[in-house]
Design a protein around this ligand. Structure first.
Ligand code: SF4
Length: 296
């Protein structure tokens, strides 16, 4: 079958940068590189990192206290993930007295800076995002107690009266069309609201590329990435919204060859935390499948 691979499939620059930072410490000879929560939402890549002495400590949301021995504190470096953390979490991690490296993606740093600047002026911040996602939990910490998270029209309707001004930002990985819709609704309620589209360039590119796959004739879309990766799940949802049969898989082994024989052209994309070696193996396996129409 013909396989169309999205140019933006795989690691975004922020994730790639965080991995490079952790790997550099490992190669430098640190006994261990510890990350506050999983560095990347992909179990195959996490296994590879483990073999490089890069280990996850803490929890998914970066809220749990870390239970580290004196030796670990002495000989390890603690790395903050691309999602970033709240100022309170930074203070806590630094209080552990270990070598500390912040690998927050600069694009997330820009959102945090925007929120911080608004909070200094007494403004309220409305974040469009998932309240349970670590990036949003971290960003809320910059809002000076005047932060609100919304995901829907109903959430906006439930917001209290907000005095002192309102600024709206987005979690970096949200849908552009949803942000535009909800920011319009927010403006109706708070006409003076300042709207900042903070969806990152890498996310926008991934969403545009998926539409291109459909325009170029993909009859079905294969989305590769961890089932717990929020941005991969969003990509799968976007593909479904384009009325294309969508297959969300983690590895090439999960391809149902009989099922895929129904298509002559398949589009392949992957979340920001999917390594190239997995995308390559999926592409190879799909390309070797003979479509039904050609053989029967
Ligand atoms: Fe940075 Fe965007 Fe990647 Fe998040 S998705 S780590 S903001 S480049």
């Amino acid at each position: 079958m013909k396989v169309l691979r999205a140019k933006s499939a795989g690691f975004c620059w922020g994730v790639e940068r965080a991995i490079r930072i952790a790997e550099a410490y490992s190669q430098e000879g640190k006994q261990k590189v510890l990350t506050d929560g999983p560095l990347i939402h992909n179990s195959q890549m996490m296994e590879r990192l483990e073999s490089e002495r890069i280990h996850e400590v803490g929890d998914y949301t970066s809220e749990a206290e870390l239970d580290l021995s004196a030796e670990e504190k002495e000989n390890s470096v603690l790395v903050v993930r691309a999602h970033g953390i709240s100022p309170e979490r930074r203070k806590y991690l630094k209080s552990l007295g270990m070598e500390f490296k912040d690998a927050t993606c600069p694009d997330v740093g820009v959102i945090a800076g925007r929120i911080k600047a608004g909070a200094r002026k007494g403004k309220n911040t409305v974040i469009f995002g998932d309240p349970k996602h670590p990036e949003v939990i971290g960003l809320l910490g910059y809002a000076g107690g005047r932060g609100h998270v919304v995901q829907s029209e109903e959430d906006i309707a439930r917001l209290p009266e907000l005095e002192g001004g309102v600024a709206m930002v987005s979690q970096s990985t949200m849908f552009v069309h949803e942000f535009e819709r909800l920011s319009g609704i927010l403006r109706e309620r708070y006409p003076e609201a300042e709207i900042y589209d903070t969806i990152c360039g890498a996310t926008k590119e991934r969403q545009t590329d998926l539409r291109k796959l459909v325009q170029e004739g993909a009859e079905a879309i294969v989305v590769i990435g961890g089932h717990h990766s929020a941005n991969t799940r969003k990509l799968a949802k976007l593909a479904e919204d384009h009325d294309r049969p969508t297959y969300h898989i983690e590895t090439a082994e999960q391809i149902d060859e009989e099922e895929m024989r129904r298509y002559a052209v398949v589009g392949v994309t992957a979340g920001a935390s999917t390594p190239d070696f997995i995308i390559d193996s999926v592409e190879k396996r799909l390309a070797a499948i003979e479509p039904m129409a050609m053989t029967e």
